[in-house]
Design a protein around this ligand. Structure first.
Ligand code: AQP
Length: 326
C-alpha cells in the first residue's frame, strides 16, 4: 500500500504562481508515488472577509485549476472540505484538547491579525486545528507543504501526540514532504506572494497581463538608472528566474545585472516569456475544463464519496475513544 499524502488549497482568491511553484507542482510530481488526497479547503477560506457568490465560483475554479495544472483525478482524490462534515466535527473535539496559548503563538495568526484588523475572528485563531483535523482524519503519512505552513504541520503532529497520549493510539504523526522551492515573494518584493495581498501573477494570467504586472514589479532599488550595476541576489525578479528560466538564461541575467550589461526591462522580458511558456498549456487546459464543468462536478462527487468513507471510519473510532458512544 502506498503511503497517504494529504494537502489543501484555499479558494480564497485567484491561484497564483507562488501556489503553483510552492505547492501544486510538487503535488503533481508525487502523484504516482503516493495515495494522494487533495482538498479545496473552503472552510479555511471563510476566516477572512469574502462574498458568498464569489466563494461559490472560486471553489469550482480552484478544483479546475488543480486539474488543469496536472493533478490527474484518475490518479488521486480531489474533493471539497465542506462536503465532508467530519472535518468540522473533529475540529470541535481537538479544540477541547488544545491550549489557547499554542494557537496564539502561531506566526500565520499574528500575520493575519494584522492584515484583518477589522475582522479578527475566532476562526483565524483556530485555523490550525481545522488544518490538523483535515490531515489527521485520513491517517495521513506525509504532507507536502511550503515553508510557510511548516509551523502548522508541527502543530498537527503535536495534536496527534496529545490526543493519542490522552485517549490511546488513534492518529499518525505525519511527516513533512518539503518541495524544492521555498517561499515565493510577491511583486512588491516585501511579503510572500498571496491571493489576498494582490501582489501576484495568476497562474492563468494572459500573456499581456503577465507583462503588465512584471513591468512594474520591484527590483534591486540600487538600480536607479539603466547603467547602475545591480545585485541579483537581493532582487525578487532574479529569484523568480530561478523558478522559470534555464541555467543558461540564469547565468546571462546574473552577469548582465551585476555588470549593467542588461537593464531590468530586458531581464523582466526574458522572465515574462518563460512564465508564459510554463503557464500557457495550463491556460489551454483550463479553457477546455471551462467547457466541461459537469466532468469537474463528477470528479468532486467521487472525491466526496471516497473521503466520506475514510473520514467516517476515523470518526467512529474517535467518538468511541472520547466516550460519546453510549
Ligand atoms: N508565496 C508562496 N510561495 C510558495 N508557496 C506558497 N503557497 C502559498 N503561497 C506561497 C503554498 O500554496 C499552498 C496553498 O496555500 P493556501 O491556499 O492554503 O493558503 P496560503 O498559503 O495562505 O496561500 P495564499 O496565496 O497566501 O492565500 P491567502 O492570501 O488566502 O492566505 C500551501 O501549501 C502554501 O504553502
Amino acid at each position: 500500500m502506498a503511503e497517504r499524502v494529504f494537502s489543501g488549497i484555499q479558494p480564497s482568491g485567484v491561484i497564483h504562481i507562488g501556489n503553483y511553484i510552492g505547492a501544486i507542482k510538487n503535488w503533481v510530481s508525487i502523484i504516482d508515488s503516493y495515495d494522494c488526497i487533495f482538498c479545496v479547503v473552503d472552510y479555511h477560506a471563510i476566516t477572512v472577509g469574502y462574498t458568498p457568490s464569489e466563494l461559490r465560483e472560486r471553489i469550482l475554479e480552484t478544483a479546475k485549476t488543480l486539474i488543469a495544472s496536472g493533478i490527474d483525478p484518475d490518479k488521486c482524490t480531489i474533493f471539497v472540505q465542506s462536503r465532508v462534515p467530519e472535518h468540522t466535527e473533529l475540529t470541535w473535539i481537538l479544540n477541547a484538547v488544545t491550549p489557547v496559548s499554542d494557537l496564539e503563538r502561531m506566526t500565520q495568526y499574528k500575520d493575519k491579525k494584522l492584515q484583518n484588523m477589522d475582522n479578527i475572528n475566532t476562526g483565524l485563531l483556530t485555523y490550525p486545528i481545522l488544518m490538523a483535523s483535515d490531515i489527521l482524519l485520513y491517517k495521513t503519512n506525509a504532507v507536502p507543504v511550503g515553508d510557510d505552513q511548516a509551523q502548522h504541520l508541527e502543530f498537527t503532529r503535536e495534536m496527534a501526540r496529545r490526543f493519542n497520549s490522552r485517549f490511546g493510539d488513534t492518529f499518525l504523526e505525519p511527516k513533512t514532504l518539503l518541495g524544492e522551492a521555498t517561499r515565493i515573494k510577491g511583486l512588491d518584493g516585501n511579503t510572500k506572494m498571496s491571493k489576498s495581498l494582490n501582489n501576484y501573477i495568476a497562474l492563468m494570467e494572459e500573456k499581456e497581463d503577465i507583462w503588465k504586472k512584471l513591468k512594474v514589479a520591484v527590483t534591486d532599488p540600487a538600480r536607479k538608472r539603466r547603467t547602475d550595476p545591480g545585485n541579483p541576489y537581493i532582487c525578487n525578479i532574479f529569484s523568480l528566474h530561478r523558478m522559470f528560466s534555464s541555467e543558461e538564461e540564469l547565468g546571462f541575467v546574473e552577469k548582465g545585472c551585476k555588470t549593467a550589461e542588461i537593464g531590468c526591462i530586458e531581464c523582466k522580458q526574458i522572465l515574462a516569456k518563460n512564465i508564459n511558456d510554463t503557464v500557457s498549456p495550463l491556460r489551454d487546459k483550463m479553457r477546455e475544463l471551462d467547457r466541461n464543468t459537469d466532468y469537474v462536478m463528477d470528479v468532486l462527487e467521487e472525491g466526496r464519496k471516497t473521503c466520506s468513507r475514510l473520514a467516517g471510519a476515523t470518526m467512529e473510532e474517535v467518538r468511541e475513544k472520547i466516550g460519546v458512544i453510549y
